[in-house]
Every structure is written in structure tokens, then in C-alpha cells.
Design a protein around this ligand. Sequence first.
Ligand code: FAD
Length: 391
Amino acid sequence: MSDLDSFRTSTRAWLETNCPASMRTPIVEDETPWGGRNFDPPNPDVKTWMDRMGARGWTVPTWPKEYGGGGLSNDEAKILAEEMRRINARPALISFGIWMFGPVLMEFGNEEQKREYLPQIARGEIRWCQGYSEPGAGSDLAGLQTRCEDKGDHYLINGQKVWTSYADRADWIFCLVRTDTSKKQAGISFILFDMKSPGVDPRPIKLISGSSPFCEVFFTDVKVPKKNRVGALNGGWEIAKRLLQYERKNISSGGFGAGTSVEELARKYIGLKDGILADTDLRGRLAAHKMDAHAFALTVARSDQDARSGKDVGPTTSILKFAAAKINQERRELSVEAMGLAGLGWEGPGFDADALLETRAWLRSKGNSIEGGTSEINLNVLSKRVLGLPE
Ligand SMILES: Cc1cc2nc3c(=O)[nH]c(=O)nc-3n(C[C@H](O)[C@H](O)[C@H](O)COP(=O)(O)OP(=O)(O)OC[C@H]3O[C@@H](n4cnc5c(N)ncnc54)[C@H](O)[C@@H]3O)c2cc1C
């Protein structure tokens, strides 16, 4: 038996013993495994599964063992993913730490920072949020104004962030701050701090979809130890851009897309005639959408494979993010169209709970072409950094 075969056998046995039965079903609301200091899901299996996988380093299978990872080779990680899919295992941990902050800390952090934060990310002990956007700095991110002053033995931070997803539930923030007002990109630093620090005030903002996962965050005289700066003073812009590449890659690889498929909705609300969808116009558009979505899924799978075989993320992630947003928005538009009047409900009698979820998912999808960099900005990155077109 080859090494990989015996790895598969032992992995399968371990998963059989350690993955609770309720973690072999699709994730339901309130059971998203975000982790963090206060993580207390209604179903205790969520935490058990996270703890077991975290202790083994399998929440981040290819990270080095000394940083809390599983130390697996790319081939072993692929087998683990296949074996998890075989039993429909849920991801044990979903986290901004894994998706975007961990990989850049691995690249830009010093040894002390890596040993401190990476294992906690792997075990789901700290939940992170992303302090990038400000009221005057979204697409023009380098225009950010949050001030970070050197006070000798610490930094003092004053300013405001906005659209900070889950800021009210996160334990720590990775944050872009201005450390030099005389330069734009070259005056930005990348800094980490505890959201419980005195002077940090997150205030939820309501979204069009009804739920409120994000906040504006105010900083008033927040004291931050100097050792919490990642990378060089005024060297944060390189780190910021790299993190966005990871963010865009991860959004594309599965950030959108839960819920009932369009074809199931169409079958349920429109019905079939002679074995095919009764609305021929919608049928044509739905088929075109499914072809685009399938081609996109194959492209994402190819890019995931590249990543597993060690190829770096780069500006091409902008293409994936642009396409992911477009395809999910098309899907949600087709869904509410197929549902007809049932797709117009907000709450109350006459609308079933599944239909309401679809309507809210359609509203939520409006943000897909904004979050992680707008579609226009991603097309700009594509034209400049991938196609090499002039400014
Ligand atoms: C669901 C969601 C979650 C988010 N989570 C976070 C988070 O956790 N942390 C965080 O920091 N931010 C977060 N954001 C903010 C997001 O990154 C910004 O909204 C985004 O970068 C756009 O910035 P803006 O809203 O200021 O829009 P603007 O930058 O004001 O853009 C307005 C419009 O002008 C267009 N535009 C601007 N500049 C150009 C240009 N040069 N060329 C062409 N068109 C241009 C844009 O494409 C857009 O259509 C989130 C946003 C959403 C919707």
C-alpha cells in the first residue's frame, strides 16, 4: 500500500470516529462555524467538530505544524478534502483568519507574530474582522485617514472604519492605518488589535436583506502595543493588496451560492410541460446561466488545484471575483423571477420560510459586486495588472 493509500485509510477511519453525525449535513443558520472567544453555537457538535479538527491542524491542513496547521502535503490535503466530501462533512471552521489574514501573516509577519496568532486561528480561538474601508476610502482605499501616532512605547489610533463585517462579533481586527500623512500608499501601516481595547466602538448597520452582519467602527485614543504592527512602518500597502488577492480568491471559491438551485425553484413555481420547463424564454436563459456557472466552477476548481500545487495567488483573482459576483447575481435574479409573486415576500403570512430566504438572498446578492472590491475596480486591476493596458 502506498503512503497516500495508507493516509487515506487512516484519514477515513479518523473521520468516521470523530465527525459527529449532525456535522455530516448541510450547514443551517446559526451553525456557521465562525469560532472566536464567545462562540457558543446552539448545536454543541459544531464546537466539538471544530475543536477536534483544530487540535489535529486539519482546519488548515497545509499550514506548517509549528503554526497550528496539519503539515500535510498538497496530495494529502486533497485526500482529506475528498474524504470529507465522501461523508458530506461540513467545514469545521470558517474564518477570515484562514481565508485572508493567516496567509499574509505567514508571508509578512515576524516569527513571534506567527507563533502567537496562527495557532489561534487554526483552532478557531480568535475571530478576526477586516478594518480596511472608511467613509472616504473604499475603492480609493489608499485615501484612508485613520491616524496612528507613535507615542514612544505604543501607538495611538483615532478614526473610523465602515462596512466592517462582523466587527461587533470579532475578537481582533487587522487594520489599515495612516502612519505618515505626507504620502498616500507609502504612508499606510498594517496593524492588529483586540476589539475589546478601550476606545473601540463597533455599531451595527442594517443591510437591505434584513440581517446586519456589518458595522461602522469608531476608534478613540485606542492604545496598541508597537509589536502589533505587521511588516515595516509605512509598508502596509503591499500587505493590504496581497490580502485582497486572498479575499477575492476565497470569495470566488465558495463565498456565494448557498440555497435552493434555480432549476429546483423553477420546477416548483413554474412547473413542467412535456417534461421540460413550461416557460421557454426562462428555460433558455436558465440554460445559458447554468452553462456559465458550470464553466466558472471548473475554472475555480482549476485555480484551487493551482493553489494546492503551490502556485501563488495573484492579480488574476480579480477575474474570478468579478465573474463570481456576476454569476451569483444572475442566479438570484433568475430565482426570484421563477418564483413570481412568491419571490416578492418580506415576511408574514402567505410566504413560506424557504421562499423568504431566497428573496433575502437576492437582496443580499446586490452587495456581491461591491464587497472585496467592486466589479469596476476588479476590471481595472485586470486591465492594468493582467492585460498590461495603460493607466
Ligand atoms: C457585504 C459587504 C461586506 C463588506 N465587508 C467589508 C469588511 O469586512 N471590511 C472592509 O474594510 N470593507 C468591507 N466592505 C466594503 C467594501 O470593500 C467597499 O464597499 C468597496 O470597496 C467599495 O467602496 P465604497 O463603498 O466606498 O464605494 P466607492 O469606492 O465610493 O464606489 C462607488 C462606485 O464608484 C465606482 N468607482 C470608484 N472608483 C472607480 C474607478 N477608479 N474606476 C471605476 N469605477 C470606480 C465603484 O465601482 C462603485 O460602483 C464590505 C462591503 C459589502 C457590500
